[in-house]
Design a protein around this ligand. Sequence first.
Ligand SMILES: NC(=O)CC[C@H](N)C(=O)O
Length: 307
Amino acid sequence: MNTDLEEFLTRLDGEIRAEGDWGKPADYIPELARIDPAQFGIAVALADGTIVTAGDAERRFSIQSISKVFSLACVLGRIGEQIWTRVGRESSGARFDSILLLEREQGRPRNPFINAGAIVTTDELLTGRSPKETLSEIVNFVRAAADDDDIHIDKTVARSETETGWRNAALANYLKSFGNLKNPPELALGTYIHQCAIEMTCVQLARAGRAIAGLPGATSIISPAKARRLNALMMLCGHYDGSGDFAFRVGLPGKSGVGGGILLIAPGRASVAIWSPGLNAYGNSKMATLAAEKLAQHMGWSVFGGR
Ligand SMILES: NC(=O)CC[C@H](N)C(=O)O
């Protein structure tokens, strides 16, 4: 039924593997630094309910910042628009772990997808709950979105980031100094780091994105109104200071993580997960970005039309 897409993905897998320069895995989290960059997987969940895959689509990887989409969806479900008093929704034009803007903007992070913004989102979810309960809420949300209970936190990755995450510790403390953390910084930070360490396969992630893509049959835990806004944020902020370049090349909302994953949304058409651990200069997967560009072009999926 989807033979054209199947053939295209098989060809794409070959083209990516022939590229040669995979980029470098994130080096500031030791557990991610030792992953072989020469890996690639893709899963495309379509509106007709089928999932087409190629490469290492069943291998688990650390979703890292892609988790920020799900924690934001959780918080919007819990407190709705109120979250925007604590975090903005503009592009940052800065690195994902930048502290500069926080100083200038008095502790209100630019958007919920840079680290400072996601620490605030997680802090909101933590309010009135223990870190364990908060993490269960986030993981269960992802499981419900993917309709798959076999999704877990990789404790080794979480420990590794806890041991070396000095920048994020600085961001959490800095947020606290501006009064924009309700909980002790170490609790908000620990919960954030564990949320980032959720591991999933491309197939699971593509399934979890179906509600954001508004595909028929997806769970209703993300309403169409919320999905619309998540897509806007993913388009403008999903790739940090590389968001403009990603929009230019791919033309679809996406969210990257330093584990090398990208969740790509073709509204009404498909939810796509792509993984390749080597990163480009912005900290986004080099090969997953290239694959997203080729896929969007082949399928004619840009939200801006054209090809
Ligand atoms: N861009 C990312 O994926 C960053 C997530 C990572 N856990 C960090 O906080 O640095």
